[in-house]
Structure formats: structure tokens, C-alpha cells
Ligand binder design. Structure first.
Ligand SMILES: Cc1cc2nc3c(=O)[nH]c(=O)nc-3n(C[C@H](O)[C@H](O)[C@H](O)COP(=O)(O)OP(=O)(O)OC[C@H]3O[C@@H](n4cnc5c(N)ncnc54)[C@H](O)[C@@H]3O)c2cc1C
Length: 467
């Protein structure tokens, strides 16, 4: 047998799985159809979006808050240079993966992979040549692709009507950007262009933005973004997106019924979600089952119904997050190596990298109510945090939800500057089954934004000190 494991796809699920497998002594190969490794996340997702989010945040801060801090500057946008920073960040990351493959003696095949049967993967190169690889195990890590608007034909040209990919490379700041979809990707990329000067209108089907997040968080965040100049059309069903002589138009109507409205835009971002990328992988012929949404079906050990074939990441059910894919990659590599691979799906943090950031881990209030769990909540606002005041970052709050009887922490939600870093102390606490009292009695350095986490824990378990 040529390989112990062949992984199709080199996104965060696939490349991490490959490295872990090689570290555990398995002979490993990766098949990737893109010119570079790293998948959606490194090439057209997490990494380039964060490069632009950071750069645009610096631009906005220089224009808005520097003056109050006694720093007088007049920022001038150099979009080409900002894009070059983004491209250099992507290049450093994808080259890093190539380096790690070499270091760990992982073979790579460039071409489109297909599951022929258990133990056999075919790779079709750009020249059309087909190569077949034998392997004890196959891991499907083919990720996801942009989903369109259900029932609406949209011609995405990545210039005027763009997906997230085009929105990462617009040649100039659009006067008016209409974002279809008020989820994470829409609000992050909308924030980038809003900070650089675009008027941004978000059209969302639900009555709330960030559907699925804690209700209080999305309500407050809605207010914050409105203050930043975002316009929202909520409960609105998009029925058409069309190119116009100049720019494009978006037509929508109230979900509850009513008159349709059409707005003009210089650019339209379709950010209605992503769907599993499982087509033309030969899954049907190989007998691998997929669900009604095209996601590969797996059991609790990430095994498909065909022995020796596993699947991880965006191509299976669960949150479409890079770190979820990575952890599944590690778990599968460990299982194949005879270890006890496991992912704790109850403690997967998620972050929205807007300004302020939003981070959460565990259950929302709505989920706890629905499950009939008796809980208590403690909150602390950043307006009462000294470090936040010193940095002019007083927007937001920390909310902790704990089981009423046992005090075990069940969910933590943070809206605030640096929330994406702060959430991890909550994740560690929850991984170890900690209580709000455990968190409240843990000494936190002063002055830090994280003291608000401690105060929220104090508020959950007894009373906060500083409010
Ligand atoms: C704009 C944007 C921003 C995002 N930001 C974040 C973020 O901040 N944090 C976060 O956690 N997540 C973020 N995500 C989501 C994240 O990118 C995905 O959850 C993650 O990439 C999933 O990893 P994966 O390994 O399952 O698949 P992918 O990263 O999609 O990788 C799959 C790989 O498989 C390859 N492939 C597919 N089919 C074949 C085939 N037949 N043969 C060979 N190769 C194949 C593809 O070319 C691709 O390289 C973002 C996504 C987008 C679009």
C-alpha cells in the first residue's frame, strides 16, 4: 500500500490533518486542485479578510479616535498598498503550509481528487492525465463553496456583483455597497468597505443580524453598526440582483408580504452562506452517503458509512469554521493512528472580527431557554473598565450564563475590543467544566479588558465590584 492516509483538500481541515498524521508516523499525501495550499481560509477567507479588517480599522481609527488621544493626522487611503499587504499576508501563510508539508515529509499531488473506492483515490492533473493512488485511509476535506440566493439567478462577475472572493479585491471603494446577507462574512466585509468610505446597506431575510447568535448580542450589535452608518433592511427577501448600466440593482420585498423595493448599488456582495463542496468527488459511485444539503454524513468519529473513508471540515455538518475543521483533522489523524481522537463540539468559540469584535462560546440564552435549563446570567459593561476607557474602547459588554444549581458555565458572550482573544479563557474554563466562581476567583491582571470577564463572572456568582 502506497500510503496510510490520503487527504483530499488542503484547507485548515486537510493540511492540519496531514501534519498531525505525519507527526504520528503515518505515510501521508495530500491532493489539492488549487495552485496553492491552505484552502478557502488561507487564500480567500479568514486570512485575507483579517488583513483588510485590520488595515481598514487602523485607517478608521486614524480618522476618528486618534485626535482625542492627542495624535493629529490626516489619513489618506492607498488601496493598492492595502491590497498588497493582504496579498503578502496570504503568500506568507500559504508558503508556510508548503514548508510544513516538506518538513513533515508529506507528499502532495496537484490536481482534482476523486474517491474511486475505499483505498483508491484518482487525481486528474491540469493536463488531463489521471493518476491513481492506493491508500489505507481516505479523508475528504474538500470544504465549501459560495452559496447563491435560493431561487434567484445571480450572475456573480466578481467585479460589480461579487462573492466574498471579489469583495476582498475590489479595485476601488464603492460609493454604495449593498450586502445581501447579514451574517458574519457580510458584516465583516461590509465593515471593511464602510471604514474605507462606502455607504453600506445590508439586506437580510431574518428579523435580526447574525442569526443564531445570542439575541441580546445581535440586538446591541445591530445598534452599534447603525451608529457606524450601516443601513439595514431586515425581514427582507431578495428577489432579484441585476447588473445595470452603472453598477447593479437589488430588489427585495418584506418577508411578511408587502411592496417590493429596488435599490441601486455600485457593488453588491452576495454573502448568503456557503454550501458543502461534495459534487464530482465520485461519492455516489463509491457509496459514500451525503445528506439533503450535500454534506458528507459522518458518525461521532468522523467516519463515513464506508470503512476507511473519513470526512472533516466544511464538507460535513456543523459550524463552518477553520478551527472546527482543524480540530476534526487532528481527531481523524489520531483515530487512524489508533489513538482516541475527539472533538468537543460544546466548546467551539466563534468570533466576528468587526469593530467591536464579537466572540462567543457555548450556549446562547435562547438555546438554554429552549432546552428548559434553569440558568443565571451575569453581565459587565466595558464602560466600567479602566483599560477600555484609556483606549477609547468602551463599547460592549461581557455576558456569562451558568447553570443555576451547579454554577457550571454554559455560555460566554463578549462584545468588545479584543473579544476574539478574551474568549479563550472562557473556552479553557468550560473545557474543564469550571464554574463562574472559579473564573471570578482567578486573579486577572490590572488594567486589562479581561477584567470585565472576571467582573461578569463575579456578577454571575455574586456581585461585581466595579459597578
Ligand atoms: C471571507 C471568509 C472569511 C472567513 N473567515 C473565517 C474566520 O475568520 N474564522 C474561521 O474560523 N473561519 C472563517 N471562514 C470559514 C473558513 O474559511 C472555513 O470554515 C474553512 O476554510 C474550512 O476548512 P476546510 O479545510 O473544511 O475547507 P477549505 O478551506 O474550503 O479547503 C478545501 C480545499 O479542498 C480543495 N478541493 C476541493 N475539492 C477538491 C478536489 N476534488 N480535489 C482536490 N482538492 C479539492 C479546495 O481547492 C480547497 O483548497 C471564512 C470564510 C470566508 C469565505
Amino acid at each position: 500500500m502506497a500510503y496510510d492516509v490520503v487527504i483530499i483538500g488542503s484547507g485548515p481541515g486537510g493540511y492540519v490533518c496531514a501534519i498531525k498524521a505525519a507527526q504520528l508516523g503515518l505515510k501521508t499525501a495530500v491532493v489539492e486542485k488549487n495552485a496553492t495550499f491552505g484552502g478557502t481560509c488561507l487564500n480567500i477567507g479568514c486570512i485575507p479578510s483579517k488583513a483588510l479588517l485590520h488595515a481598514s480599522e487602523m485607517f478608521a481609527e486614524a480618522g476618528h479616535s486618534f485626535d482625542t488621544l492627542g495624535v493629529e493626522v490626516t489619513p489618506k487611503l492607498n488601496l493598492k498598498k492595502m491590497m498588497a499587504h493582504k496579498d503578502a499576508t496570504v503568500a506568507a501563510n500559504v508558503n508556510g503550509v508548503a514548508f510544513l508539508f516538506k518538513k513533515n515529509k508529506i507528499d502532495s499531488f496537484h490536481g482534482t481528487g476523486k474517491v474511486v473506492a475505499a483505498g483508491r483515490v484518482s487525481v486528474t492533473g491540469e493536463d488531463g492525465k489521471i493518476e491513481e493512488i492506493e491508500t489505507r485511509n481516505i479523508v475528504i476535506a474538500t470544504g465549501s463553496d459560495v452559496a447563491g440566493i435560493p431561487g434567484v439567478k445571480v450572475d456573480i462577475d466578481e467585479k460589480v456583483i461579487v462573492s466574498s472572493t471579489g469583495a476582498l479585491s475590489l479595485a476601488k471603494v464603492p460609493g454604495h455597497l449593498v450586502v445581501v446577507g447579514g451574517g458574519v462574512i457580510g458584516l465583516e466585509l461590509g465593515s471593511v468597505w464602510a471604514r474605507l468610505g462606502a455607504k453600506v446597506t445590508v439586506v437580510e431575510f431574518l428579523d435580526t443580524i447574525l442569526g443564531g447568535m445570542d439575541g441580546e448580542v445581535s440586538k446591541q450589535f445591530h445598534r452599534m453598526l447603525s451608529k457606524q452608518g450601516f443601513e439595514f433592511k431586515l425581514g427582507a427577501k431578495v428577489t432579484g440582483v441585476a447588473k445595470a448600466k452603472k453598477g447593479a440593482t437589488v430588489t427585495f420585498e418584506p418577508v411578511k408580504g408587502g411592496a417590493a423595493e429596488t435599490i441601486e448599488a455600485d457593488a453588491v456582495l452576495i454573502a448568503t452562506g456557503r454550501s458543502a463542496y461534495s459534487d464530482s468527488l465520485g461519492l455516489k459511485e463509491a457509496g459514500v452517503e451525503v445528506d439533503e444539503r450535500g454534506r458528507v454524513k459522518t458518525d461521532g468519529h468522523l467516519r463515513t458509512n464506508v470503512p476507511g473513508i473519513y470526512a472533516i471540515g466544511d464538507v460535513i455538518a456543523g459550524p463552518m469554521l477553520a478551527h472546527k475543521a482543524e480540530d476534526e483533522g487532528v481527531a481523524v489523524a489520531e483515530s487512524i493512528a489508533g489513538q482516541a481522537g475527539h472533538v468537543n463540539y460544546d466548546v467551539i468559540p466563534s468570533v466576528v472580527y468587526t469593530s467591536p469584535e464579537i466572540a462567543s462560546v457555548g450556549k446562547t440564552e435562547e438555546e438554554l431557554k429552549k432546552a428548559g435549563i434553569d440558568y443565571k446570567a451575569g453581565k459587565f459593561p466595558f464602560t466600567a473598565n479602566g483599560r477600555a476607557r484609556a483606549m477609547l474602547h468602551t463599547d460592549g459588554f461581557v455576558k456569562i450564563l451558568a447553570d443555576k444549581a451547579s454554577d457550571r458555565v454554559l455560555g460566554v458572550h463578549i462584545v468588545g475590543f479584543g473579544a476574539g482573544e478574551m474568549i479563550h479563557e472562557a473556552a479553557v474554563l468550560m473545557e474543564f467544566g469550571g464554574s463562574s466562581e472559579d473564573l471570578a476567583r482567578t486573579c486577572h491582571a490590572h488594567p486589562t479588558m479581561s477584567e470585565a470577564v472576571k467582573e461578569a463572572a463575579l456578577a454571575t456568582f455574586f456581585k461585581p465590584i466595579h459597578i
